[in-house]
Design a protein around this ligand. Structure first.
Ligand SMILES: Nc1nc2c(ncn2[C@@H]2O[C@H](COP(=O)(O)OP(=O)(O)OP(=O)(O)O)[C@@H](O)[C@H]2O)c(=O)[nH]1
Ligand SMILES: [Mg+2]
Ligand SMILES: [Zn+2]
Length: 287
């Protein structure tokens, strides 16, 4: 049978099958030797001697290392409208890293209750929507229906700087989830050996990783050309005729023309240019 790993504690794997049954399994030695299973992995499970055993990891669509999660559908970027003030630079750093990892970004703007009608955040929200990103607004007295619909049936990781309201949002989405993650961080802080523990929690009919990701914002191992190829608005614009174009100052570049003609946002293009300076500093395998 097949299922998804949602929790790993040493060699004990909690797997949920397609009928939402939870079962406890062990990993066969050969599976652990290849590439250790991580939460989010889809696996084949067999019964040996009356015990469930993971026989095989199915091919991964993508994989994150911090937190270790496979087959991630989307990363929810939480950015507050104010306090701290909305930063398109930070949003784009996250968006570009997330798209580079073959994961769909979902932008959630929090603390919208603290904005007045003329807040510049409304312009940014429109720009990101025009660029092809889903942007959901939340705050005190905001309905969470749209966010819940976006989380349903998806594996989601969280991203966003401190103080933007990630915990408050989770607490509102599902008080049980917030409690569960609090208990875990307490338990982990108690011992000296704070083992890394990532778990997928069922929230709004989907799966949410309990540890936020993309906190390092390190572009040094990222190939700028590959990154450019995955940025949403760089793809929807008429494609660049140079397949090795970095879209920086190449004459005849379609992206630069898109910026000049207003189809691609100037500040988002500038964010891209600034980030390319941080790329390709280290080889993928260097530590
Ligand atoms: N007005 C308003 N305040 C909010 C909202 N969401 C969060 N806050 C406040 O913002 C502060 C930070 O919220 P947290 O949920 O702790 O932020 P966090 O992203 O979890 O921060 P870290 O755990 O440090 O990463 C708290 O004082 C919250 O009460 C909101 O939608 N509206
Ligand atoms: Mg928090
Ligand atoms: Zn180009």
């Amino acid at each position: 049978m097949q299922g998804k790993i949602i929790r790993i504690v040493s060699n004990q794997y909690t797997i949920i099958d397609h009928k939402s049954n939870r079962l406890q399994a062990l990993a066969m030695g050969k599976v652990r030797k290849q590439d250790k299973p991580v939460v989010g992995d889809e696996v084949d499970v067999e019964i040996y001697d009356g015990r469930y055993c993971i026989e095989k990891i199915l091919p991964r669509r993508n994989r994150l290392y911090r937190p270790a999660v496979a087959n991630v559908d989307q990363a929810m970027i939480v950015m507050s409208a104010v306090d701290p003030v909305f930063s398109n630079v930070l949003v784009d750093r996250l968006v570009f890293l997330i798209e580079y990892s073959d994961i769909e970004p979902l932008i959630v703007v929090s603390k919208m209750d603290l904005t007045s009608a003329d807040d510049p955040v409304y312009g940014y929200i429109e720009d990101y929507r025009n660029s092809g990103y889903q942007v959901i607004l939340v705050g005190h007295d905001y309905e969470l229906d749209e966010l819940k619909a976006a989380l349903k049936d998806k594996v989601t990781v969280l991203a966003g700087q401190s103080g933007v309201g990630k915990s408050s949002l989770l607490n509102k989405l599902d008080p049980d989830f917030a409690l569960a993650t609090q208990e875990i961080s307490k338990a982990l802080n108690r011992g000296k050996h704070t083992t890394r523990h990532t778990e997928l929690y069922e929230v709004a009919g989907g799966w949410l990783a309990d540890t936020p990701g993309f906190s390092s914002l390190d572009f040094s191992r990222i190939d700028a050309l590959t990154m450019a190829g995955k940025i949403k608005d760089f793809q929807t614009a008429e494609p660049c005729r140079f397949n090795d174009c970095h879209h920086l100052n190449e004459p005849g570049c379609a992206i630069i023309r898109g910026v000049e003609e207003g189809r691609i946002s100037k500040y988002r293009y500038d964010n891209y240019v600034a980030i390319t300076e941080l790329c390709n500093k280290k080889k993928e395998w260097e530590l």
